[in-house]
Design a protein around this ligand. Structure first.
Ligand code: SAH
Length: 355
């Protein structure tokens, strides 16, 4: 049993089973042994790969989308350009490179990186050396317009899970069985937060809630409603959570979340409807598949332009990257994009309602 497992076992002995959210928060964020505290999890040698690590095209197009929203808002200056969970800083570096030619954008942008991991903050510092970003553990932007990107951030926030039975909802918890960590279920209760799920679920169905994700969405919403701006949220998930999506990934493979605590990435799919509800002070765009979003922004033309300079293995890997980002069997439909904008603002490029 590793140090984190010993710590969690002692907590459960002292005060009873943990909700999945409490367990996730400890595994991911424990100040000494947490997964994100101790490592850089990204890339081929890590546990998972993200869109900006697959191809520069992702960040370039996200950058153009944000810059277009900034222009549509009247090019406010100064403004906060924020990223939640910036990983290695690759996405923000690509956004900045792609927006160099947008007049006034760089001069007006104040970079804010919301990141709890010391290991990843160091990577971001290196990737963004030319831009003097500020760091924060939570989103606390200045009173000025906020343009924000969060890619694969919300899926890392703690969730609670509930299983429906005849009498109500039983919560999935982590307790002890013979001294070993084991999943359990509480007795059934009624939950106001799940009232709207009574009509579209049956006995045995699992639904997930993330109070943490909802709180972040609500914070973004209040800020954009008051100050203007635009938030792009990109992640895997769907309009409504249904089913058990809690998973642990280690070296690109699924593992049990209850073994080798703090050494595997724990995630759950994002419930975009819950985010949209929490962001009630602003409007949300139509939830759009990542592949469609990137196609509308011209990813194929950009891929062809980049391909002209490539040959051999580099060309093949570039073609594979384009496919990975956009194809329905890869990230194209599993990943979704939703924008939050002030009431009455036009939808950002790529997220139009029509098609
Ligand atoms: N957006 C990046 C990285 C995604 S990995 C990319 O697309 O490549 C998730 C990121 O969120 C990491 O940077 C991680 O350290 C950060 N993170 C996870 N939970 C967080 C929390 N509760 N608060 C702040 N950052 C968090």
């Amino acid at each position: 049993m590793n140090a984190l497992a010993q710590h969690i076992t002692a907590l459960i002995r002292a005060s009873g089973p943990l909700t999945l959210a409490e367990f996730m928060a400890l595994c991911l964020q424990h100040p000494e042994h947490g997964y994100y505290t101790t490592r850089d999890p990204l890339g081929a040698e890590g546990d998972f790969t993200t869109a900006p690590e697959i191809s520069q095209m992702f960040g370039e197009l996200v950058g153009l989308c944000l810059a277009q929203s900034w222009l549509d808002a009247g090019a406010p200056s100064p403004f906060t350009l924020a990223e939640l969970g910036p990983g290695r800083g690759t996405l923000m570096a690509d956004i900045m490179r792609a927006t160099r030619a947008v007049p006034g954008f760089h001069a007006a942008a104040e970079l804010l990186l919301v990141e709890t991991s010391p290991a990843l903050r160091a990577r971001q510092k290196a990737a963004l050396a030319g831009y003097q970003p500020a760091w924060a553990n939570q989103l606390t932007p200045k009173n000025q317009p906020l343009f924000l990107i969060a890619n694969e951030f919300f899926d890392a926030l703690p969730i609670r899970q509930f299983i429906r039975d005849e009498a109500g909802w039983r919560e999935r918890v982590v307790g002890l069985d013979d001294g070993a960590l084991a999943f359990g279920l509480t007795d059934a209760t009624q939950l106001a937060a799940l009232e709207h799920r009574w009509n579209d679920t049956e006995i045995g169905d699992v639904v997930e809630l993330s109070g943490h994700a909802d709180a972040v969405a609500s914070e973004i919403s209040s800020h954009i409603a008051a100050q203007g701006g635009c938030a792009l949220i990109i992640d895997y998930g769907d309009w409504r959570s249904k089913g058990d999506t809690f998973q642990a990934l280690k070296a690109h493979k699924k593992v049990s979340p209850l073994t080798a605590l703090g050494t595997a990435d724990l995630t759950a799919h994002v419930d975009f409807e819950a985010l949209a509800k929490a962001a009630a002070e602003v409007q949300h765009s139509k939830l759009t598949p990542q592949g469609l979003f990137l196609e509308r922004l011209g990813v194929t033309a950009r891929a062809q332009a980049l391909a002209k300079k490539l040959s051999g293995a580099a060309l093949e890997s570039h073609i594979a990257a384009h496919r990975r980002l956009t194809h329905p069997e890869e990230m194209g439909t599993l990943f979704k994009v939703m924008a939050l904008t002030p009431q009455g603002a036009p939808p950002p490029a790529g997220l139009e309602d029509d098609a």
